[in-house]
Design a protein around this ligand. Structure first.
Ligand code: ATP
Length: 246
């Protein structure tokens, strides 16, 4: 058995995860996708930031829905090191959240992990992460920031939302509890740039990290709410057993 009782098979399934010196957080990996002519055929990359504490089927569905609707070549799940919006509660350590995210995507060629927020000290402001990804992928690549309707409703509490919309198009998926935005309202707020906001139609999954943590703390099942390997890691490492806080 590996660290804290996690089986080597489970950890191996998460793929290679080199550790950045002393941080306990896996280091960045080379981009596995082959280069292709961006000018002739611009690459479309989706980016889904989040706490992923834990990653669940709502995240994976949003990524898949956006890729299907917009023809994305891949979607990066980008775990936040220190989410500015969630400073009020204890967050699972970064290494375990990254490992869960790796387990969640394993076997899906569409999905990758980006550690861009883990490589930077301080709060994880999305605008800075997208700037870094824009630099990394070049001006021709189309970047799409993925979020659900609840995040869009709070976008004016984020750092520099207008700049964020200049740096990347947005793809907004449905989430129970917050209606999809009205295009007129978006035009009134963002002007012509509102055309860069894509509204995704499809089923909405009523799931959240909060709900899953609370279920684990209460001893209830989370099977089929998270990928099986994530469920196993949560059990093996004893995550969330005493943390029913929202
Ligand atoms: P928590 O309950 O811990 O606050 P969360 O489940 O809302 O977490 P985050 O990791 O913070 O998840 O969310 C990251 C992104 O994923 C956000 O843009 C959020 O809108 C989106 N998202 C989260 N859950 C769902 C869901 N069930 N359906 C669609 N999108 C979701």
């Amino acid at each position: 058995m590996g660290r804290r009782g996690v089986s080597p098979a489970t950890v191996r399934a998460a793929g290679p995860h080199l550790t950045a010196a002393g941080s306990g957080v896996p280091a960045a990996e080379p981009d596995p996708l082959p280069e292709r002519s961006a000018a002739a055929f611009p690459l479309k990359i989706g980016i889904l930031g989040g706490t992923f504490d834990p990653p669940h089927l709502g995240h994976l569905w949003l990524a898949t829905l956006a890729a299907d609707a917009l023809g994305l070549d891949r979607v990066l799940l980008m775990p936040a090191a220190r989410p500015p919006h969630k400073s009020g509660r204890q967050i699972t350590n970064a290494a375990d959240r990254v490992l869960m995210a790796r387990l969640a995507i394993s076997g899906d060629p569409l999905l990758e992990i980006s550690l861009v927020e883990m490589e930077r000290p301080g709060p994880s402001y999305t605008v800075e992460s997208i700037e870094a990804l824009r630099e990394r992928h070049g001006a021709e690549t189309r970047l799409f920031l993925l979020m659900a309707s609840d995040s869009l409703a709070q976008i004016d509490t984020w750092r520099e939302p207008d700049r964020l919309l200049e740096l990347a198009e947005w793809a907004v998926g449905p989430r129970p509890g917050t209606p999809m935005p009205d295009p007129d309202t978006l035009r009134a707020r963002f002007g012509p740039a509102a055309e860069r906001i894509h509204l995704l139609a499809g089923p909405a999954l009523e799931l959240s990290g909060t709900e899953i943590r609370q279920r684990v703390a209460a001893g209830r099942t989370i099977r089929y709410l998270v990928p099986r390997a994530v469920e196993e890691l949560i059990r093996e490492r004893g995550l969330y057993r005493r943390s029913a806080r929202a």
